[in-house]
Design a binder for this molecule. Structure first.
Ligand SMILES: Cc1ncc(COP(=O)(O)O)c(C=O)c1O
Length: 380
């Protein structure tokens, strides 16, 4: 086809600044590239126990009805969430994954002259949504040990600040914002700033001084809590996320969303998953145990890492990190390299099954031995 026909059609200039999201590689792609059948994926913080069996059964029993449009208002799911979270159904919006909600929030609230504050390193979609709207992103580096520093965050506030994102536990560091800090921050911020508290990994936290933010929504602070069914509920493939905030904020977002943004199977599956306490508890227990196992294995190897309240662990491997990441991939172990977060000396691994961890450590050990050997040889 003649490309000349299209050269006068220009996308928005802002697209030039946008980095495409780089997801964890899918298992099939690594199987195809390496020829390895047993590929282990520890790259996207998915549930190693699989989906909630109750969700799977509900989806299967609904399949004969998929010729119908889904409920545009996700009424049953919003009521189920409201009951669980002790808010009203008017406080809840359901979206096609939490990712969609981040884009909707950007489209609803951001003007080009606004600013958003993003403690960094963190989940890249906050920046993506703001850049899409032409809004400036103010990054506030996390402090020592990737801890939140509320003074630094408050110092970054200007007249133009519109949204503040707090990811807690934070992706990719696994660190979190203690309840007292969240409270202090909410008290100190001007009420014209909407705080987005991304609790995608809330369910994995075991620290006593953590807040998932919902109590502050109930108290009436200008805060939206976002969550997802992709992680602890194991439903990443059907895309369901949600936000909880004051009804007036929710109504503004509803003006922007597409009518049928959440498909019928996602709605049915999520409602069933919410009732599956056994699956949720088993996942949480397996994750807590899994984190400890990974810590112990890394300590044996003398590798430094950041203790995590989530279902992933940030590991520091040094200047060889990218090469080690590539070698892990060639051995059929998919993890995430830190480059996208400007952490080129790190990888992030998801907490998986015990067998996954052992396979990862075995591969890592043999790669590190090879790296050491090469260093020795280069000295000769
Ligand atoms: C912090 C954070 N927020 C939101 C999401 C998006 O979740 P979803 O799969 O619901 O779009 C992710 C996914 O990795 C995440 O890490």
């Amino acid at each position: 086809m003649n490309n000349l026909r299209f050269e006068n059609i220009h996308p928005r200039l802002v697209l030039k600044q946008m980095k495409p999201y780089s997801p964890g590689k899918p298992i099939w792609e690594v199987q195809r590239e390496t020829g390895i059948e047993k590929v282990i994926k520890l790259a996207s913080n998915e549930n190693p126990l699989g989906p909630s069996p109750k969700a799977v059964a509900a989806i299967q029993s609904y399949l004969g009805d998929i010729h119908r449009y889904p409920d545009a208002d996700t009424v049953d799911l919003r009521f189920a969430l409201a009951e669980k979270l002790q808010v009203t159904a008017e406080h809840v919006i359901v979206t096609n994954g939490a990712d969609e909600l981040i884009t909707l929030l950007s489209e609803t609230f951001l003007e080009p002259e606004d600013e958003i504050i993003v403690p960094s390193p963190t989940f890249s979609e906050y920046e993506f949504g703001a850049t899409l709207m032409g809004t400036k992103v103010i990054s506030v580096p996390l402090s020592e040990g990737y801890q939140y520093n509320i003074t630094d965050i408050l110092n970054a506030v200007t007249e133009k600040t519109k949204l503040l994102y707090l990811c807690s536990p934070n992706n990719p560091t696994g660190t979190y914002l203690p309840r007292t800090d969240l409270y202090e921050l909410l008290e100190a911020l001007p009420s014209r700033i909407l705080v987005i508290f991304d609790g995608a990994y809330s369910h994995f936290v075991t620290a006593d001084d953590y807040s998932d933010g919902l109590e502050f929504v109930r108290m009436g602070y200008p805060l939206m809590v976002t969550q997802t069914f992709s992680k602890i509920y194991g439903l990443a493939g059907i895309r369901v996320g949600y936000g909880v905030a004051a009804p007036s904020l929710i109504n503004s977002i509803r003006q922007v969303k597409e009518p049928f943004n959440v498909n019928a199977l996602a709605q049915i599956g999520a409602i069933a998953a919410l009732k599956d306490d056994a699956h949720l508890e088993a996942t949480r227990a397996s994750n807590t145990k899994g984190r400890e196992q990974v810590y112990a294995l890394l300590e044996q190897l003398g590798i430094s890492f950041t203790k995590s309240m989530s279902n992933f662990i940030l590991i520091k491997l040094g200047p060889e990190a990218k090469s080690i990441y590539d070698q892990l991939m060639s051995k059929g172990i998919i993890v995430r390299h830190g480059q996208g977060w400007n952490l080129p000396e790190h990888i992030r691994i998801s907490v998986g099954t015990s067998d996954d961890h052992l396979a990862f450590i075995e591969a890592l050990t043999s790669i590190l031995e090879k790296v050491e050997l090469e260093k020795e040889v280069s000295k000769i």
